[in-house]
Design a binder for this molecule. Structure first.
Ligand code: NAD
Length: 354
């Protein structure tokens, strides 16, 4: 594998290849930066076309975590792990325990948690072998548990900030929001939006999810191919990445894009494309930071109630407003401003003496 030649290689501090023949474990842990603290980021279980594809994904995702954690104001660097779902993959306890051993050997420079394909139960198995794990069941009086409602609340506060900035509206009351994907985050977001008086349009590949959103929130269902192009105030992508690109952007009718999905822009230039189209884009890793804020408070053992976590998550609103304002005054796209701010925070933390 050509690590240094990979386009996602960004002077990562460490890349660890984890192999255990007995359990069949093949995993890669990428530590992008520990400048702000231990590199925190979930572990993804995924089938990749090749080992190179897995490497590329983990390099890209770990850099994204550095930016996300920096912009959430956390004392965490950025890291990520992928476990390769090979042809003969068996998700045994032995395999996850072995992964836990590899995490433990890094001695706290990487903290793992759930990502796509993982569960709280798997995290508990990993936790038999390492202390450096988060996303475990919530203990009474402490932060923790499922991060999705916190992520959804952060997205809700981000949408409020965006409608204030773009539409000069104090709330989402009476506005229409199209939500692509009503899974763990999207569904909770629908609840927050409905309680605040917004109208909803939804789509999901799972018809059961769509029906639940229609029944509970009075949402209007539309087809998978149509959800992005609704005539609505806000489009909230909460399913897939790379949905904002040269093919979709010219057809968008919303004036704001603000949702939970990771890596919404197919390429960097799509941020400029949105800006040129007069669409306000809330950078994904800023607006979806609520879950990692919850994970951070859990990891640090914060004895706190949900209100305190929610107060920290709510700060995502003003953070976005500041990015929107800087983008507007400098005439540059919001994603570029967010990347610059994240890199500045990380670089400042790398200065000698800090
Ligand atoms: P999820 O799997 O619970 O929900 C995703 C939903 O999208 C599912 O209901 C799925 O059926 C639907 N979906 C998939 N493909 C679709 C398509 N083509 N069109 C419409 N719907 C489709 O995942 P989640 O935890 O809700 O996360 C949603 C997004 O937010 C992901 O991109 C995730 O990476 C990101 N995110 C999640 C969190 C979190 O706390 N869960 C935090 C940060 C970012």
């Amino acid at each position: 594998m050509a690590v240094f030649e990979d386009s996602a290689f960004d002077d990562h501090e460490r890349v660890v290849f984890c192999r255990d023949a007995a359990s069949g474990l093949k995993a890669i842990i990428a530590i992008h930066s520990t400048a702000l603290g231990p590199a925190a980021g979930g572990c993804r279980l995924w089938h990749y076309e090749s080992d190179d594809a897995a490497l590329h994904d983990v390099l890209r995702l770990s850099q994204g975590m550095s930016y996300k954690n920096a912009m959430a104001g956390l004392t965490f660097g950025g890291g990520k792990a992928v476990i390769l779902k090979t042809k003969d993959f068996a998700g045994t306890d032995a395999l996850y325990e072995k992964f836990g051993d590899f995490v433990e050997k890094l001695n706290g420079s990487y903290i793992t948690a759930e990502d796509v394909g993982m569960s709280v139960a798997i995290m508990q198995t990993i936790a038999r072998r390492t202390r450096f794990v988060s996303g475990l069941p919530k203990k009474s009086g402490h932060a923790g548990g499922d991060p999705s409602p916190k992520t959804a609340f952060g997205v809700f506060k981000g949408i409020e900030a965006a409608v204030q900035f773009k539409l000069s509206r104090d709330s989402v009351k009476g506005l229409t929001v199209a939500v692509q994907g009503v899974g763990n985050v999207g569904y909770n977001l629908c609840r927050d939006l409905t309680e605040a008086g917004a109208k909803l349009v939804v789509a999901d590949i799972d018809p059961g999810r769509v029906k639940a959103a229609c029944d509970e929130f009075g949402a209007k269902a539309v087809g998978l191919e149509d959800i992005l192009f609704q005539k609505v105030d806000v489009l909230s992508p909460c399913a897939l990445g790379a949905i904002l690109n040269e093919r979709t952007i010219p057809r968008l009718q919303a004036s704001i894009v603000a949702g939970a999905a990771n890596n919404q822009l197919e390429i960097l230039a799509d941020g400029q494309r949105l800006s040129d189209a007069g669409i306000l884009y809330a950078p994904d890793y800023v607006i979806n930071g609520g879950g990692i804020i919850n994970v951070a408070m859990e990891y640090h053992g914060a004895s706190t109630d949900d209100d305190e976590v929610m107060a920290q998550v709510a700060a995502i609103g003003p953070r976005l407003t500041q990015i929107f304002a800087e983008a507007a005054s400098s005439g540059r796209p919001t994603n570029v401003i967010a990347d610059e701010q994240a890199r500045k925070i990380i670089t400042a933390a790398r200065q000698p003496g800090r």
